[in-house]
Design a protein around this ligand. Structure first.
Ligand code: NAD
Length: 259
């Protein structure tokens, strides 16, 4: 039996399937990943996305964020894989998506249960009082060469995304662990699984009895633990799985229309 059919059958059999997505699911939307063959890290030093660099030189850090992430992400649209996940959620097969991405593309594709481990591109936050803002207000300040400051307490505002060296939001992480430990099928799509603590989630799932499926172009840190490992581009592999799942569910609502 081929891997596509095996995964589709596991999905049909599952009662609580969860997906963990990484930057690889969004490269087909034109957003480069960090560590892939055309990753952002080929062109600049990753330590520039460290919180200590932000606190030392917020203006340069903001400008880099706008240039390397914001301007690209704001233009991007969900691709076939984001829609396939959303369709699987609608069919009741996937119970939720945990993502390391900040690009908001799962929500744009209409997935309802999205846990964003590393924040969301649409918001900024005051490093002093914790108030959140629409990031566009902060970006306007940056483009005018002013460091965004909190109108309430005067604190420094940063993008509300997790920089290297920063902890994840406790409640978000708790929900992600809860989803992972409840899952009986845990799918990893487009992640090198090299960022902690996100990369612990497949292990949490697996140690609670879930089957682990990894679909990625290139190796991941946890390939040896996978029950099924597919080497390939998510946007080529995953929609075929979704289509087969839909056909197997005896097509109450028709065939996937993004073929
Ligand atoms: P990563 O860059 O470490 O790994 C991405 C993996 O996806 C690589 O192994 C790469 O070979 C693979 N890949 C690339 N395109 C693919 C495709 N079309 N199909 C299948 N696999 C593909 O990214 P990560 O593991 O997600 O984690 C790194 C961090 O990068 C995360 O913290 C995330 O917040 C951040 N990030 C997010 C975005 C985004 O929001 N879209 C973009 C870049 C980085």
């Amino acid at each position: 039996m081929n891997q596509i059919r095996m995964i589709a059958e596991e999905m049909i059999r599952s009662r609580f399937a969860v997906a963990l997505t990484g930057a690889g699911i969004s490269t087909a939307s034109g957003i480069p990943d960090f560590r892939g063959p055309s990753g952002i890290w080929k062109t600049f030093d990753p330590s520039l996305f460290h919180i200590s660099y932000f606190m030392k030189d917020p203006m340069s850090s903001w400008k880099l964020f706008v240039e390397k992430m914001y301007d690209t992400i704001k233009k991007a649209k969900p691709n076939i894989s984001h829609y396939a996940l959303s369709r699987l959620e609608e069919m009741g097969v996937i119970k939720g998506v945990i993502t390391q991405n900040i690009d908001d593309l799962h929500r744009k594709a209409n997935t309802k249960e999205v846990i964003e481990l590393h924040g969301n591109i649409n918001f900024s936050i005051c490093t002093q009082c914790g108030r959140r803002f629409n990031i566009e207000e902060s970006i306007k300040e940056v483009r005018a060469n002013r460091v965004p400051l909190c109108p309430y307490c005067g604190g420094l505002i940063k993008p509300d995304v997790v920089f290297f060296g920063e902890p994840l939001n406790d409640e978000t992480l708790r929900r992600a662990y809860d989803f992972a430990s409840k899952s009986d099928l845990f799918l990893v799509l487009g992640s090198s699984l090299s960022v902690s603590p996100a990369n612990q989630l497949p292990i949490v799932a697996k140690s609670n009895g879930a089957k682990l499926i990894i679909i990625n172009a290139g190796p991941t840190e946890f390939d040896p633990y996978a029950d099924i490992r597919v080497e390939g581009r998510v946007e080529e592999v995953f929609p075929r799985i979704c289509k087969l799942v839909e056909e197997m569910i005896a097509s109450k609502s028709g065939i996937c229309d993004y073929d």
